[in-house]
Design a protein around this ligand. Structure first.
Ligand code: C2G
Length: 728
């Protein structure tokens, strides 16, 4: 006898399926079978499945894509369990969520036992961490487990989920399902029909507390849309039908002596009120699709008669009244008024919204200055990187032809030629952006901006990628789970993308889904590495007040996706033991420590005075390369640039395993392709510094091959090549 059949339809995304199966492995259910329907055979998961010997997985493969309903039906036909349980292949369970349901089933023998579903954009590991930090735990904590509670879970009351009456995360007695199957023609609401068809057969429903199912919002809306991320043509009629279906269900339950489920009816109506204000009313007013004013309207009008408007505002009440009275003229007027008022309030509430509004409505309607360039490097934090060198080339050669503006947050920063300076996101910034014909940026421009057709964006990007980037990242581990969407949106607006080598060209295309023009010219930011004179180098050292009698090591690590305080502030912990370093190599060397520009922590290097210097706020890292005899880094792109100088590089990769396997993954095999040793401890770093000559020798061949592959285009003329191309 099998107690439980777990049904999983799968079409794509192996890494999601892994989360799902991992979480099933963590449950203690032994008398169960997992029916995995390989639906479309789009990805080969044979190797993955081998990792789950502990699970009793039955696979059924279909070469064509069946769709979720048909896949579930195929599984139902062969399921042996007393209970059926549905989980989607991109979802997973939090802790012992399924165990809890099973325990309850064994105790009570109820027909239907369900827990809570919670929407999240996070991968399993990250989701667990979020919950452990106690960030948001709006779980239902009531201490009764009766039908009412189960229904609340089923209609999504108080819980964080969009869809109601879903079969997910419910144990359902197989004999109560009988011959009922999912409607294979129904795209969006097949779960509704399934549940409404079996609900008559159910005598006992039980909701279980704190049993949590994570419903994943997919992290790559371009390549991996899930059903509810795909645009719906006209969901209204399906939604309203579903509404009536749920009411039917509740009515059936109400055949019991007291109307104890009427509040659920009201809950349904309330979610329809929200839908009316958010979706229906704006479409009714201005959608080009006549259906909103045609077939959909009478249905909406009828449903509105169920609305109880207690607790809503005067404006909302009068609007619903007009709808209930079928007074179309008034209704349109009221909708328009409410929407405009809401927009205005929204704009006024946040300064950035107000500025963006002015940008679009005012500045973006004024003429463009065809001679104007605007430059921005690292979010306005520095006068640096490729924008700096393109600017200096233009300024030196074409200052009569062009006007220049720099986005720089600290206006005291000295810039040759004294161009106009604007602070990022100031009103002036929006004004200058709107009137500049050319934007030169080295990262993602703010996604709230929108360039005009005749404006030209030259994106220089900021490094040869070693760590996976944009769409190439597997699981998103960072603070912004929607980051992939933003990559695509901003890259669509670029006219030119600068690449330092062929390797990067190919990556930029896939990481940004970019199809525009790529100029494989080398990096303008590396021009200085070929053009600087000895006196330039001397001057940099003097400006930094560094001793002349010591050799210089630059330590420039990158940031870690999982170390942050909040969206804008990254955290960084120095893992190099400076005391030990100073003792061991302090006579011969000084150490410049430079954290990544995302990092907001200030280093306290006080105790290592005369040995360690914090150069994190120094504008241009290229100048630091020039004065350094050796680089220590990790997974930062800095070593591709530094290699132009052919000086030794050490890799302090104390967290290599995590970085490579959890956080990001790499494009190259860091173990065999980088031109220096991977070191795990301060001792190893010290040892390498002391033996730097033999390391140089040992890595010479690798270094030459590395230089050839990544640096050989560079010759000090990248800026010129770019400007020549654009002036064409
Ligand atoms: N940088 C710096 N100081 C550091 C680290 C980085 O000044 N300690 C600068 C360098 O110019 C470097 C650039 O920031 O090339 C990008 O830094 P990475 O560490 O490579 O990380 P990230 O900003 O995530 O960019 O394609 C490149 C990738 O997108 C990486």
């Amino acid at each position: 006898m099998t107690f439980l059949s777990i049904i999983i339809p799968f079409d794509t995304v192996e890494r999601y399926l892994k989360d799902c199966l991992d979480s099933l492995s963590e449950q203690n259910i032994d008398d169960s079978e997992i029916i995995l329907i390989l639906n479309g055979e789009m990805e080969d998961v044979t190797d993955l499945l081998k990792q789950y010997d502990n699970l009793n997985i039955i696979t059924k493969s279909f070469p064509e894509r069946l769709g979720v309903s048909k896949a579930r039906n195929e599984a139902l036909d062969i399921a042996q369990g007393d209970y059926i349980y549905f989980i989607d292949s991109d979802d997973y369970l939090y802790e012992d969520a399924l165990d809890k349901l099973v325990k309850k089933a064994k105790e009570t023998n109820a027909d239907f036992i369900n827990g809570e579903r919670y929407s999240t954009p996070f991968i399993k590991e990250r989701f667990g961490e979020t919950f452990e930090e106690g960030k948001r735990l709006p779980l239902l904590q009531e201490d009764f487990t009766d039908v009412h509670y189960s229904m609340e879970l089923l209609v999504g009351r108080k819980t964080n989920r969009k869809e109601i009456l879903s079969v997910l995360h419910s144990l359902i007695k197989r004999d109560k399902i009988g011959d009922v199957r999912f409607d294979e023609n129904e795209r969006y609401f097949s779960d509704y029909y399934f549940i409404t068809s079996i609900i008559d057969n159910l005598n006992s429903l039980i909701g279980v507390e704190n049993s949590l199912y994570a419903k994943r919002a997919r992290d790559d809306p371009i390549n991996l849309t899930s059903l509810n991320q795909e645009p719906l043509d006209d969901p209204f009629l399906e939604y309203s039908q579903a509404y009536y279906n749920v009411l039917d269900v509740i009515d059936k339950l109400n055949e019991n002596p007291q109307d104890k489920y009427n509040d659920l009816k009201e809950e349904m109506a309330r979610s329809f009120i929200t839908y009316y204000f958010r979706v229906f009313s704006p479409n009714f007013l201005s959608s080009p699709d006549e259906n909103w004013r045609g077939a959909n309207y009478p249905v909406m009008q009828k449903i509105s008669k169920d609305f109880n408007m207690d607790g809503y505002s005067f404006l909302e009440k009068r609007e619903i009244k007009a709808l209930q009275n079928n007074d179309i003229k008034k209704l349109k007027r009221y909708i328009k008024f409410r929407i405009n008022l809401k927009k205005t309030k929204r704009i006024l509430r946040k300064r950035w919204r107000f500025k963006t509004f002015i940008y679009f409505r005012h500045y973006n309607r004024k003429p463009i200055n065809k001679k104007q360039f605007i430059f921005e490097s690292f979010l306005g934090k520095f006068y640096s990187d490729s924008p700096k060198y393109i600017y200096e080339y233009l300024y030196e050669n074409f200052s009569d032809e062009f006007d220049f503006v720099w986005v720089i947050n600290d206006k005291s920063v000295k810039i040759p030629g004294n161009p106009k300076k604007v602070k990022r996101f100031s009103l002036e910034y929006y004004k200058e952006l709107a009137r500049s014909k050319y934007w030169v940026v080295n990262g993602r421009q703010a996604s709230r901006l929108h360039k005009r057709d005749s404006q030209v964006i030259i994106s220089t990007w900021h490094g040869t990628p070693i760590k996976k980037l944009g769409l190439d990242i597997g699981n998103v581990y960072t603070r912004d789970p929607n980051i992939k969407k933003s990559y695509i949106k901003v890259a669509k607006e670029w006219d030119y993308l600068i690449s330092p080598n062929h390797y990067t060209t190919e990556i930029l295309k896939s990481a940004f889904g970019y199809e525009g023009k790529i100029l494989e010219t080398g990096y303008p930011r590396n021009d200085i590495l070929y053009n600087a004179t000895e006196s330039d180098v001397k001057k940099i050292k003097e400006d930094l007040n560094l001793p002349h009698d010591k050799k210089i090591i630059l330590y420039a690590p990158t940031w870690r996706d999982d170390e942050y305080y909040d969206a804008a502030q990254m955290h960084f912990e120095l893992k190099l033991n400076l005391e030990q370093m100073q003792k061991a190599v302090g006579d011969e060397y000084i150490l410049l420590v430079r954290t990544h520009y995302f990092v907001s922590d200030r280093l306290d290097l006080g105790p290592y005075k005369g040995f360690a210097y914090d150069v994190s706020k120094y504008d241009d890292i290229a100048e630091l390369y020039l004065i350094s005899d050796m680089l220590i880094t990790d997974y930062s792109s800095v070593f591709f640039d530094f290699a132009n100088l052919k000086r030794p590089i050490l890799y302090y990769t104390y967290d290599l395993d995590k970085y490579e396997n959890v956080l990001r993954g790499f494009y190259i095999d860091i173990h065999s392709e980088v031109p220096g040793p991977l070191l795990k401890t301060t001792d190893e770093v010290i040892d390498s510094i002391k033996n730097i000559d033999s390391i140089k020798e040992e890595y010479q061949e690798k270094y030459d091959a590395f230089y050839e592959r990544f640096c050989s285009i560079e010759d000090g003329n990248a800026s010129k090549r770019i400007i020549d191309e654009i002036r064409k």
